[in-house]
Design a protein around this ligand. Structure first.
Ligand SMILES: O=C(O)CCC(=O)C(=O)O
Ligand SMILES: [Fe+2]
Length: 359
């Protein structure tokens, strides 16, 4: 073991245990071979602009065309970048500033907002519960519930100072909710479904979750990971990443490539639930977050889910006996979420396997 690996990791030690760098070293088969700022020309996910269509009716040819492009990207890559999305830049700038200020607080202050219930909500830094392959990250998870957001920021900043933070986060969630509806309508339309096929089930605000990841600089980025390879179990993710770079996506199950940050864009990716819902037409693709030695990196994932009782079953339009038989048994989002909560973490693309009809 090198001396470096004996180093104490102050930025991520939240409990009584003094974590050392060696605790964060991953198994060798997970070590990232490409760096956070390695981007290839050949591969990158499509960029989709909404500038032409935000005001257009659904029968407009331009609208239809962009819906088709979006479905094609979600089918082939499972990911796309969204620009000209209509979310005001102040809303995005405000939330970034607020969250960076929060993560820059002392660990003691941040721990005022630590997870304090059975659900994984609130602030947490890595801890030895993970046993191995510790993610090199600080995480803040909250449901889309204004009360919960206010309560969290009050715990951290006190009654007098929480207002700005609470407002910034609630505004951001609202903007993401609206954008999520636009995207899900476009995907439904592009798949030949009623355009409210997905959105009519978005009736339970608290089914939606925000997860903020802050990755401190890491002395050993070649052996550690911010977030290991996984798919998102939810329906749709809208991700904001800063300019640092670090999100990598697995292509054809064997090749990692980096997603180049584009200022003011969001990254949209398909979750497992939407893959099952569309009988595999839209793909939930494995991704991870890699680290760097120099700078902190912030990403904000907004995970959209339908009401817990929503039956996830692909509609007849997307199923035929040949060549697209039904791939997944139907399940409710609530049932799937409960099983996920019992698992400590999702590794690779395995969560949905339990519903596969043919193995
Ligand atoms: O930090 C990133 O770029 C990825 C975050 C992510 O995949 C997640 O939170 O599920
Ligand atoms: Fe993810």
């Amino acid at each position: 073991m090198s001396q470096l690996e004996e180093q104490h990791v102050e930025s991520l030690s939240s409990g009584p245990q003094k974590l050392q760098l060696k605790h964060f070293v991953w198994s060798e088969d997970e070590w990232p071979a490409i760096k956070h700022n390695d981007f290839t020309k050949e591969y990158d996910i499509p960029v989709i602009s909404l500038s032409e269509i935000l005001q257009k009716p659904e029968d407009d040819e331009v609208y239809k065309n962009v819906c088709q492009i979006m479905v094609a990207a979600a089918h082939k890559w499972g990911f796309f970048k969204l620009v000209d999305h209509g979310v005001a830049s102040e809303i995005v700038d405000d939330i970034k500033i607020c969250l960076n200020d929060f993560f820059n607080l002392s660990m003691e202050k941040k721990m005022n907002g630590s997870r304090n219930g059975s659900l994984p909500l609130g602030y947490s830094a890595s801890n030895l519960d993970y046993e191995r392959n510790l993610p090199w990250a600080e995480i803040l998870q909250l449901l889309q519930s204004p009360q919960q957001v206010v309560e969290f920021w009050k715990r951290v900043y006190g009654d007098d100072h929480h207002q700005a933070l609470s407002n910034a986060m609630i505004k951001y969630m609202k903007a993401q909710e609206e954008l999520g509806r636009i995207i899900l309508k476009m995907l439904a339309h592009g798949l030949g479904l009623a355009s409210d096929f997905f959105t009519r089930n978005l009736t339970e605000k608290e089914a939606v979750m925000i997860r903020v990841n802050r990755y401190p600089p890491c002395p050993l980025p070649e052996k550690c990971l911010g977030l290991g390879s996984h798919t998102d179990p939810h329906t749709l993710t809208i991700l904001l990443q800063d300019e640092t770079g670090g999100l990598q996506v697995l292509k054809d199950n064997d090749q990692w490539f980096g997603i180049r940050p584009v200022p003011t864009s969001f990254i949209v990716n398909i979750g497992d639930t939407l893959e099952a819902w569309t009988n595999g037409r839209l793909k939930s693709v494995v991704h991870r977050a890699v680290l760097n030695k120099e700078s902190h990196r912030l990403s904000i994932a907004y995970f959209i889910s339908p009401a817990s009782t929503t039956e996830i079953e692909s509609p007849p339009e997307l199923v035929d006996s040949e060549p697209n038989p039904r791939k997944y048994a139907s399940f409710t989002w609530g049932e799937f979420r409960k099983e996920l909560l019992m698992q400590k973490r999702v590794v690779g693309k395995t969560a949905l396997d339990r519903y596969l009809m043919y193995r």
